[in-house]
Design a protein around this ligand. Structure first.
Ligand SMILES: Nc1nc2c(ncn2[C@@H]2O[C@H](COP(=O)(O)OP(=O)(O)OP(=O)(O)O)[C@@H](O)[C@H]2O)c(=O)[nH]1
Ligand SMILES: [Mg+2]
Length: 694
């Protein structure tokens, strides 16, 4: 039976670490009768939340991998992806937002807009995702949803509409006032499953009227009809719903809900909000690129009968085969169908089709446009587009941040060696922010990723899931090299060995590129190098970028221009020109004043205000620059930029200098030049390391 696509919602739950995303999702699954008991994240019953199904997630009480599930609420189906808050796993947020239509931005009623809230908000902007906000943890001491609402306006620059008022706060939180229906709503029963609707308590009535007026003023901005109704005093609930829906879908408004997932307050009303205000797949305009027509942008329709188009946005390699998460954008997919991968035109057969519920699969026979499903036993990469073969479209890829930290790993024994290779292969396939290579000089395996936690989790998973015991080296910063000046090259590669020789001359110049990316310009006139050899020269240059001559890290921001050269009718070949390009590169590199770049992290520390001095001191000691210091009641947030190389072991320092009362988050901000003195030291230590065959 074809489902009504208007009654489908694909939503993500994203926020700062620990704000209660997984706890909220657990309640959603309970109220929608998808699960029949509530378990807490890291709860005393030792079971753990449904969505945190990985053993490591349950032990640590954090979400590592995003997990998908689905449920039914008031005749609508909601596909939900719960994402991790820790920035080391940011790719999970990135790929979820790529395929979701709407999102719930969760905030902590005490912490308010935190550093990761800002990052997640930016990601939501990147994929143009409409959202509603949920101010969670209103039961905590210091909770202030009004302040959080103000912060959404001031710090994220959003127009918001407060949809509810809390009835009581902190330990006294007992329900919410719905400012649309003007009723008080309480949540009874052991898990708040019984909704009791009453009149607004007298002591809140005036406040409720004031806030309703504010709500109507904001909503009227999106509907002339509502504005007229307000003037004529003929407002009804539906007019308010549709005005707010319009505002939300245009991404100019964020409706704000409040409650406490843990204390079971407000979650059902948030679900109503998801249906009322977040988009159905048909409300969103999606586009793809036509590979056969110079990647021209083409609109995609949610028509289940149109040619099939689906995007593989996430993979999991299980012992039984690959699980591929797909978002169907157009057409339908049925069991037994044949699909074509747009990248390599390979055909796949749809054997098993399922809906995911955390780590469990529920088999289905087919699904159509708008839906999120999983295929089992299909071979592909994350980001591949599937079609029914009648067109060759592909979806734009998602943003993948570059790894900033690396670690050498060594298997403890032979068995571990094999298993380690297996594990790495799988992780690389699943996670584009995790990389691995073997260092040619030291013959060590190096893994790199987004942060210490990211790599620590993978090392732990190697042990647990793959039986691979490994020893790890000290974490290393992923430096980069770049040039700071223009330099010319004119290089002849010539070799005469027995039969035919090798000959190629390449001339031109290198200079820093404007946008930080590699650029290759062919400015050769008069055919001094035949066109057929040009790609080999490009390839030669690119080979040099992989390992710079200063400290062996990748070279970025390079523009290479060739403007002259020479070939030989017999002795010239791709190989010869590639070698000539490598020679030319090396000839010019030292002259172009190369510099070492290091990753600079955006570091945000939240601490009780009395420790502000200590925190600022610890940042200053680490070559950090304080960007801002915001005091908010008894709490202070210190935002700064600090080189990653200075951040190792920071959590220990911070703990001891703030009696364990501060928390910090960090994420990559940009690359910046390493100061001279440190660059010299780096060159020395890295050269020494190489000599010792580290
Ligand atoms: N007091 C209170 N605690 C809450 C509430 N919601 C969640 N918590 C607690 O906050 C902690 C973190 O909750 P999670 O649901 O794991 O948070 P999360 O946002 O999924 O965390 P990550 O996925 O690791 O970013 C747990 O100890 C929860 O019990 C709430 O409404 N009130
Ligand atoms: Mg979580």
């Amino acid at each position: 039976m074809a489902e009504d696509i208007q009654k489908l919602r694909n939503i993500g739950i994203s926020a700062h670490i620990d704000s209660g995303k997984t706890t909220l999702t657990e309640r959603v699954l309970y109220y929608t009768k998808k699960i029949f008991a509530v378990h807490e994240v890291k709860g005393k019953d030792g079971v753990g939340a449904t969505m945190d199904s990985m053993e490591l997630e349950r032990e640590r009480g954090i979400t590592i991998a995003s997990a998908a599930t689905f449920c039914e609420w008031k005749n609508h189906r909601i596909n939900i992806i719960d994402t991790p808050g820790h920035v080391d796993f940011t790719i999970e947020v990135e790929r979820s937002l790529r395929v979701l239509d709407g999102s719930v931005l969760v905030l902590c009623a005490v912490g308010g807009v935190q550093s990761q809230t800002i990052t997640v908000d930016r990601q939501m902007n990147r994929y143009k995702v409409p959202r509603v906000a949920f101010v969670n943890k209103c039961d905590r001491s210091g909770a202030d949803p009004f302040k959080v609402n103000e912060q959404l306006r001031a710090r994220l620059n959003h127009q918001t509409a407060l949809m509810q008022l809390p009835i009581g706060l902190e330990a006294d939180l007992s329900g919410v006032v719905d400012l649309v229906t003007m009723k008080a709503i309480y949540f009874d029963g052991p898990f708040g499953e019984d909704i009791r609707i009453e009149e607004i308590p007298d002591n809140l009535l005036e406040k409720a009227k004031t806030y309703r007026e504010e709500l109507l003023d904001t909503a009227s901005l999106f509907s002339d009809e509502l504005m007229e109704a307000v003037l004529e005093e003929k407002v009804n609930d539906d007019l308010i719903y549709s005005a707010i829906r319009r505002g939300t879908l245009s991404r100019k408004l964020i409706p704000v809900f409040i409650g406490s997932a843990y204390k079971n307050v407000g979650v059902q009303l948030l679900l109503d909000g998801v249906l009322n205000y977040l988009p159905a797949p048909t409300d969103i305009e999606n586009s793809a690129m036509d590979v056969n027509n110079e990647n021209k942008e083409v609109k995609v329709s949610s028509d289940p009968d149109a040619p099939t188009l689906a995007l593989a946005f996430k993979l999991e390699v299980t012992p039984y085969g690959q699980l591929t998460y797909l978002r169907i954008y157009q057409g339908s997919i049925k069991k037994g169908d044949e699909l074509i991968n747009s990248r390599d035109r390979k055909k796949i057969k749809v054997g098993r089709l399922a809906r995911m519920h955390a780590d469990k699969m529920e088999d289905i026979t087919g699904a159509s446009a708008g839906d999120i499903i999983a295929l089992f036993g299909v071979d592909c990469f994350s980001g591949d587009t599937f079609t029914d073969g009648s067109l060759r479209y592909s979806f734009s890829s998602m943003f993948v941040p570059e790894p900033v930290i690396s670690l050498s790993i060594k298997p403890k024994d032979n068995k571990s060696e094999m298993n380690m290779a297996k594990a790495i292969n799988r992780f690389i396939r699943e996670d584009p922010t995790f990389r691995s290579f073997v260092d040619q000089e030291s013959n060590e395996t190096i893994i790199s990723g987004m942060g210490e936690l990211h790599l620590e989790i993978y090392v732990e998973r190697m042990k647990r899931e793959f039986n691979a015991e490994v020893e790890t080296g000290a974490p290393q910063v992923s430096y980069r090299e770049a040039i700071s000046d223009k330099a010319e090259f004119n290089y002849i590669h010539k070799k005469q060995t027995g039969g035919s020789g090798q000959y190629g001359r390449v001339a031109g110049f290198m200079e820093p590129s404007e946008d930080g990316n590699y650029e290759f310009v062919n400015a050769i006139k008069g055919g001094s190098i035949p066109t057929e050899f040009i790609p080999a020269i490009d390839k030669g240059f690119q080979a040099c970028l992989k390992k710079g001559k200063m400290i062996g890290f990748p070279v970025i921001g390079m523009k290479m221009t060739i403007n002259d050269g020479q070939s030989h009718s017999v002795d010239s070949s791709d190989m010869a020109f590639m070698q000539a390009a490598i020679g030319a590169f090396n000839q010019a590199y030292a002259k172009a004043k190369p510099i070492i770049l290091e990753p600079i992290m955006k570091v945000s520390v939240e601490c009780p205000s009395e420790f502000q001095g200590n925190v600022m001191g610890s940042i200053n000691q680490r070559r950090g620059i304080i960007i801002s210091c915001t005091e908010d009641g008894a709490f202070t947030t210190v935002d700064s930029e600090v080189p990653l190389s200075e951040m190792f072991g920071y959590s220990t320092t911070l703990r001891s200098s703030t009696q364990g009362k501060a928390e910090f988050t960090m994420e990559f901000s940009r690359y910046a030049k390493v100061p001279e003195s440190i660059a010299e030291e780096l060159k020395k230590t890295i050269a020494e390391g190489a000599r010792k065959g580290r």
